[in-house]
Design a protein around this ligand. Sequence first.
Ligand SMILES: [Zn+2]
Length: 257
Amino acid sequence: MLRNFTALLAALCIASCASTPETQQAENRLPEPSLEQIADNVWIHKSYHVVEPWGPILSQGMVIETDKGVILVDTAWTDEETESLLNLIAKETGELPIQAIVTHAHSDKMGGMDALHAHEIVTIAHQFSNEDAPARSLTPARTSIEMREKDNFIATAPDSSIVYEILYPGPGHTRDNIVVYYAPAKVLFGGCLIRPGDSDNLGNTADGDVGHWAQATRNVAEAFPDAEIVIPSHGPMGGRALLDHTIALAEKAAAAQ
Ligand SMILES: [Zn+2]
């Protein structure tokens, strides 16, 4: 009895002694990548990265489980985080993605390309993303799709069913930004082109075309009139109001130029 009691005390001590510094460390550590299911067969993936001077920045991508395989939209910020994300996806769906589409050449969307290639995942990007990637220290996707403004790339399976759609709306957040639509769930992944509802600015415009941003967003709204769920890169998902909100912010920013 006494021995058991001592053992218990020892165990409690180890647990509490270990937990204090660990808790403090956890507070300084960035959250691990995570998956949030938002509809049948659709998840948002989240990862964080410290970007000075702003601090930790959330970036979101999408995962779609189709009967043709799992499709990943955007990597996490880094190869390491993307590797964790792939593990999460495999746990959740039982398989690794067969294809990944990346929505523009910045590290929040393409920072984990090498991790995808290590697993032989087919990677797809707009031709401009692949052209711009090396100068931004990013690995290009292995497949380039050439699209002009308003071009819609429809990924079909061998039985000719539509799996997902990509639209190139023209320049906005970057010259290469694309959006991805998954019709069965009416989900539109808008990436960094689309701003969160609580944002009062366009975010990072360093590589952007502020003068064309509103038109690019209108092109998205017109191309996908049935979209009901809209996912931005850097904040909560919403409805079509996020498209109107982004158009309003872009018009204001363009007028101020
Ligand atoms: Zn970006």
